[in-house]
Design a protein around this ligand. Structure first.
Ligand code: FUL
Length: 491
């Protein structure tokens, strides 16, 4: 009771008292590992897609053996514009194309191999899927990225040093000929049986040493400084440890790089939840296909994820601070099939309706503490729609509260929180209460926030909401939003 009085007095003082005009109040010091500029740009994307397309689309397989004839690659109506448009309308910010999958077939006319589109019947060997996808993404305002499988079941030298040179040459081609890349995706499936130039044998490699990743990354960094590199262990973003699109709860953006086995293709321990405090900022990506397989199979037309399933994935990936990489596999025409488009449209319509109106913007906000009493760190920053401004407290204040007062009772069932990422992941716990019958009643709680935290709750109707934060270092919160999904809005 005494605690409540004290909080009430502080709130009143902040609400009434003059705020020190304090442009000179220093920002909080960063806490723990922090993101690079390229990671911040990637965080802003939140939702993008994979495009799995190659000979497998025509052989009805998930992994080609490497002995497929280029003759099989023959889309009847390839339409990169339709693929990019579908992605943009679904709300995606970019697409990552399988320029080369494990079978080694290249979707661009690489000068380092004959195993590519140049020997396919498609466009009489004059086509370039990577070029068309890169251009279509640009036209739709999407960023473009590539998947270049390290495992190559076609190449005669796979498993030997000469293959690494080949792989790097291909990476250079892709990094120099197709404009800016936002991501290069290095898959963890490596080594096994294959065609290998006719040897048809099993080749095992040591994931830790064979690829000499630091030097491949260095080559690509120079050519594409803003491209984020994916693997099980980063360096820029990490696998989330499953292919079902579900991040852990919590899902910290940090990893401990000193853990044994923490390298590309290494252990998946700790990837789902991240590791705190961790030694590096390596946030999670949830990769999942809209269908059971990564490649298109007509037999899966009736198994496309429903709008509700996609929504659930969205809340468990983007809503847990990870990004969502949703695979849209083109069919044999080279287009996104109708069932997938329909499901994406339904999913988007629900998201748009949910996030159309932020009720927090209609409330009066009062904080238990504002850093230096300065407007620069005031709670108004939570509802200005900007990730660059934030509410922060004084350094000594690691537990803080915020109250939202509404003129009339508001009904919502979705809560959105974002930390100010350049200062690191500081919040350890949060809880939300509603005011009813003269007391606070908790209706939601959680731990990690990071890039974004979305919570779905049974609809709450109240005139007052309280957010309580517990942090490792004074919190820096960039957004608080309250929304009503179409379900909550229904009487
Ligand atoms: C896996 C691959 O083996 C699958 O074929 C797919 O590309 C998926 C995204 O990554 O490791």
């Amino acid at each position: 009771m005494r605690f409540m009085n004290c909080i009430a007095a502080t709130l009143a003082a902040i609400a009434l008292g003059p705020t020190a005009a304090a442009d000179d109040v220093t920002p909080p010091a960063p806490h723990g590992p922090v993101p690079t500029d390229r990671q911040l740009a990637w965080h802003e994307m939140e939702f993008y897609g994979f495009v799995h397309f190659t000979v497998n689309t025509f052989t009805d397989r998930e992994w080609g053996n490497g002995d497929e004839s280029p003759d099989v690659f023959n889309p009847t109506d390839f339409d990169a514009g339709q693929i990019a448009r579908t992605a943009r309308r679904a709300g995606m910010a970019g697409l990552i194309l399988t320029a080369k999958h494990h079978d080694g077939f290249c979707l661009w006319p690489s000068k380092y191999t004959e195993h590519s589109v140049k020997h396919s019947p498609w466009k009489h060997g004059k086509g370039d899927v990577v070029r068309e996808m890169a251009d279509a993404c640009k036209a739709e305002g999407l960023k473009f990225g590539i998947y270049l499988s390290p495992w190559d079941r076609n190449h005669a030298e796979y498993g030997r040093p000469a293959y690494i040179e080949y792989y790097r040459n291909q990476a250079r081609e892709l990094a120099t000929q197709y404009g800016p890349l936002f991501a290069v995706w290095f898959d963890g499936a490596n080594g096994g049986d294959g065609y290998y130039g006719g040897a048809r044998e099993t080749r095992r490699i040591d994931n830790r040493t064979y690829y000499d990743w630091p030097n491949t990354w260095a080559i690509l960094r120079k050519l594409q400084p803003m491209a984020c590199f994916f693997s099980d262990a980063g360096p820029d973003f990490r696998w989330v440890g499953n292919e079902s699109g579900i991040a852990g709860d919590p899902c910290w953006a940090t990893l401990d790089l000193t853990r044994p086995g923490r390298h590309p293709g290494g252990t998946s321990e700790g990837l789902n939840s991240g590791e705190r405090p961790g030694t590096a900022w390596i946030p999670a990506e949830c990769d999942v296909s809209i269908r059971p397989g990564w490649f298109y199979h007509a037999a899966e037309d009736a198994k496309v994820k429903t709008p509700d399933q996609l929504l659930d994935i969205y809340f468990k990936s983007v809503g847990r601070g990870a990004s969502l990489n949703l695979n849209l596999p083109p069919d044999r025409r080279g287009r996104i099939a109708e069932p997938d488009v329909k499901s994406l449209n339904g999913f988007r319509a629900i998201l748009d309706a949910t996030f159309a109106r932020d009720l927090a913007r209609t409330a009066r906000l009062t904080a238990s503490n504002v850093r230096g009493g300065s407007d620069a760190y005031a709670p108004a920053n939570l509802v200005d729609g900007k990730r660059a401004t934030y509410w922060a407290t004084d350094d000594a204040v690691k537990a803080a509260e915020l109250i939202l007062d509404f003129d009339a009772p508001a009904t919502f069932d979705v809560i959105s929180l974002r930390e100010f990422l350049p200062l690191g992941q500081r919040i350890e716990s949060f809880a939300l209460d509603r005011w009813a019958d003269g007391a606070w009643h908790e209706f939601a709680r959680g731990t990690s926030v990071g890039s974004r935290r979305l919570l779905r709750v049974p609809a709450v109707t109240t005139g007052r909401v309280r957010l309580r934060l517990g942090a490792d270092a004074c919190p820096a919160l960039a957004e608080l939003g309250l929304y009503a999904s179409p379900a909550a809005a229904r009487p």
